[in-house]
Design a protein around this ligand. Sequence first.
Ligand code: FAD
Ligand code: UDP
Length: 381
Amino acid sequence: MEKIFVVGAGFSGATIARLFAEIGYDVTVIDRRTTIGGNAYDCLDKNGIMIQPYGPHIFHTEEKRVFEFLSRFTEWYEYKHSVLASVKGKTVSLPISLSSLYTLFPKTKAQRIENALKNAFGEGATVPILELKNQSDPVLKDFAEFVYKNFYYTYTRKQWGLKPEELSDEVMTRVPVCVSDKAGYFNDEYQFMPKNGFTETVTNILKHPNIKLKLKTDAEKHLYFEDGKIYFDGKELEGKVIYTGRVEEIFGYKFGALPYRTLKFKFKTYNRPSYQNAAVVNYTANKKFTRVTEFTKFTCEKQAKTVIVREYAKKCKKADVPYYPIPTEKNKELYVKYFDEAKKYKDLYLLGRLAEYKHIDMDEAVLCAMQLFDKLSEGEI
Ligand code: FAD
Ligand code: UDP
């Protein structure tokens, strides 16, 4: 039986483990945590409310293939995510859309901006804030400054410790201004939540007779890389190694640590059924925290109590959980050094958010794992 060794039991590791198990490989998966699902791990709190200790996770995808794969392991309920922000006493839905204009400005001004947006970009367009800021039309310029200052600048400084201009486009294009009456935070065709949570979904993905799961097993302590060979507890590994942890760890941080943002979560339970008017409220222009998530709003079930989490972003130190890779040109150059180092090991494959040093959603994690599996199983790489 051919073997595959997978480091990490998040969506990336679990998906590729399952795919190889199904074609008859003997698969070992290790994770340093006591739990599976990576940062998507969820569990019930003491009041029986489903919470997500590593931050709010909402599933959405355009990829039918990903949705169909995951549907083998979970039932779903429909969930359309909505996010609010309050600025100058006015509450709007994010992303900013044509309907937000009429909440934020008097009618004639709102109409002027609406026309200018439609003329410049066309109805239905989505415009990244930095592109909007570059417009020469004074109506758009003035509007862009307002939106930038009140919705993007402070939030981005809190989240990343950087200005929007200092981050690569992949971050600032995630939440564009919409030239439409858009409702809801995401556009994707499939917007669902797993009926019994992400942990149960990943548990089912990993439930296969060919998969051996070892928790509390840290690759940093057990894996050893030397002269193109990979050893586990001193024994050379047979077969391929799929690694979804931090790439610097396996090479002893020889080029330095890749910078991350970490998050501090402050959970609070209230003895009332509702805390806020949407699942997530972003604090885009004030407060030290970035956003408040109310978990009971994900399920829409009536409860006597509710639970929220406030997120505080900060620089990630060695002992912290590395949540967000920081995509700047400089950091990407540093990543390439580790990537080149990894290429010296012909059986080593880097996969996922940490190993590839890029912010990916769960659906992208599943898709990338499927694509790597396709290439490996068809002998393309
Ligand atoms: P991870 O989930 O990070 O899993 C990696 C696993 O590897 C972990 O279990 C870790 O313990 C293990 N590991 C690492 N190093 C080692 C080692 N040395 N030895 C053994 N095990 C190791 N996506 C969405 O689709 N929707 C959302 O709403 C959403 N919200 C998010 C909110 C936050 C705060 C964050 C940080 C991410 C969010 N994501 C969201 C992204 C989502 O978490 C990732 O796409 C997904 O977790 C990627 O999975 P992964 O398996 O690549 O990485
Ligand atoms: N962003 C912002 N204001 C908002 C929402 C998002 O400035 O109200 C910026 C911010 O830099 C953030 C990025 O857009 O990190 C991506 O937002 P998203 O909601 O996708 O963040 P995630 O859920 O991935 O943390």
